[in-house]
Design a protein around this ligand. Structure first.
Ligand code: G4P
Ligand code: NA
Ligand code: NA
Length: 194
């Protein structure tokens, strides 16, 4: 998605050789016009696949996921990283290990929000090692639902996540794919929506 690549070039900051800071439009301050365009692009790719629900994980997946849900005309559900006292119903739960943060967290979704009838589009802001997406797929599997695909805003193609998901038979649609960082600049690989 050219609009997204251009924004990454303009406003993204490369930190070291692994991390892209995009807090001015995606992970902290959020540009709703860009998010809406991103949501519409995911919807365009998945429009003929009878998606019934968009599922993401808090926090930064929520903005693009909500616009994808709007464009598809279906509900958006986000997995929670910590339990709160009102989550007293039956939960779908799994563990997600973050290589970046070196911590394991429990993520959950109330069972009542995903059923075996659902055909789910998973959305997330970043794909690095794929553990968040894998965790979401596990929750959806626990509900007996189908995963139609995984929509990613920014994929770091030099990390292991994409291949891990493809090896599991999952379809990955990344709107921006970063092949590498070179002298503080982003080098893109061809995006999946091109
Ligand atoms: P993985 O799910 O692909 O295995 O990712 P990993 O554990 O390595 O990433 C941990 C967190 O860091 C995730 O957010 C992920 O979105 C984010 N992340 C990974 N690489 C980058 C990057 O290059 N730049 C930025 N800005 N973020 C990155 P999180 O902490 O789980 O969620 P959130 O609450 O921030 O959304
Ligand atoms: Na995320
Ligand atoms: Na994030």
């Amino acid at each position: 998605m050219k609009l997204l690549e251009n924004r990454i070039v303009r406003d993204g900051q490369v930190l070291g050789d692994q991390v892209l800071k995009v807090d001015s439009f995606l992970t902290h301050q959020v540009d709703y016009e860009l998010m809406k365009a991103i949501g519409q692009r995911f919807a365009q790719v998945y429009k003929d696949q009878d998606i019934t629900k968009v599922v993401t994980i808090e926090a930064s997946g929520i903005a693009p996921a909500l616009y994808a849900a709007e464009a598809l005309g279906v509900p958006m559900v986000f997995a929670k990283k910590s339990k709160n006292i009102t989550m007293n119903e039956e939960l779908l739960t799994t563990e997600v290990f973050s290589f970046t943060k070196q911590v394991t967290s429990t993520v959950s979704i109330s069972r009542k929000f995903i059923s075996s009838e659902d055909n789910v589009l998973i959305i997330d802001d970043f794909l690095a090692n794929g553990q968040a997406a894998l965790g979401l797929e596990e929750l959806i599997k626990q509900a007996g639902a189908q995963v139609a695909g995984i929509g990613i805003v920014i994929e770091k193609s030099f990390q292991t996540g994409r291949q891990l998901l493809i090896d599991k038979g999952l379809t990955v649609t990344s709107l921006a794919r970063i092949e590498k960082f070179e002298s503080g600049k982003v080098v893109f690989a061809p995006a999946d929506d091109a």
